[in-house]
Ligand binder design. Structure first.
Ligand SMILES: C[S@@+](CC[C@H](N)C(=O)[O-])C[C@H]1O[C@@H](n2cnc3c(N)ncnc32)[C@H](O)[C@@H]1O
Length: 243
């Protein structure tokens, strides 16, 4: 595909880019993706020799950050990252909004220190009442969160964490040729968007932000201390502490 074609903006229905509609599309997409067994990257992304080492480092950093912590995880999906951090955490409570994701996660072979609850990352106030958390974790969530909802999400998330909690967030980066070909921007919107398709023919427009180190520092520095940022070729991740 030529560069001009690849960069061409689709003509999205602007209504689809409203936060409520993005929220709905994100849930519908993830609820069905695993049911269809679809993978996000259908086109081979070329040489990825450094991918296993980057992933191993990210998992190691996640596990170190959550070591000995009672973790509140948002957007736990099928629980793959949940089970990784459960190896070092005291406990992990995964919050997930898509019912099929929750079902798949619960059906897996989970360690006894893991539990899953249905819930919305933007509405954590009444989830797991009475439970206390000193670790916060989100894998593959922030890149789909509209920038206009960062403050709302972080305020609610951090309100559930005790003083001195450690937070770890990580997301994949849309760097493969396939992902890049589906990215677009729209005048007047801060976010970057991506079109996604499932094998049943359904199509979704979702936020797909790829923050720089400066972006992450601007968002997180005012509400954290000891912020560490890592931008890799395939993922970014951050670790910080709450005052
Ligand atoms: C890219 S997947 C990541 C899943 C898992 N954390 C992992 O790393 O494999 C994103 C997940 O976030 C969930 N999700 C999206 N928006 C959410 C929200 N507002 N509240 C809770 N979960 C949400 C989706 O349903 C999906 O399971």
């Amino acid at each position: 595909m030529s560069e001009t074609m690849r960069k061409k903006e689709p003509s999205p229905d602007l209504n689809n880019l409203e936060p409520d509609n993005l929220h709905r599309a994100t849930i519908e997409y993830y609820n069905l993706r695993q049911v269809h067994g679809d993978m996000p990257h259908k086109v081979h992304r070329g040489s990825t020799l450094d991918l296993p080492a980057e992933q191993a480092r990210m998992v190691r950093d996640s596990q170190e950050a959550m070591r000995g912590r009672r973790v509140l995880e948002v957007a736990s999906g099928t629980g793959s990252a949940t089970r990784e951090i459960a190896m070092t955490a005291v406990s992990v409570t995964g919050i997930e909004i898509a019912p099929n994701m929750l079902r798949i996660a619960a059906a897996d072979d989970n360690p006894t220190n893991v539990s899953y609850l249905a819930g919305d990352a933007f509405d954590l106030g009444t989830i797991a009442p009475g439970k206390r958390f000193d670790g916060g974790f989100a894998a593959g969530f922030l890149h789909t969160c509209p920038a206009s909802r960062y403050a709302e999400f972080l305020h609610g998330f951090q309100a559930r964490l005790e003083e001195g909690s450690v937070v770890f967030m990580r997301s994949s980066r849309p760097t493969s040729p396939d992902a890049v070909s589906r990215l677009f921007r729209v005048n007047g919107f801060v976010d970057q968007f991506m079109t996604r398709q499932l094998s049943d023919g359904s199509e979704y427009v979702m936020v797909e932000n790829d923050p720089t180190e400066d972006d992450l520092r601007r968002i997180f520095e005012p509400l954290s201390q000891h912020l560490r940022v890592h931008i890799g070729n395939y993922w970014w991740w951050i670790r910080y502490e709450l005052p």
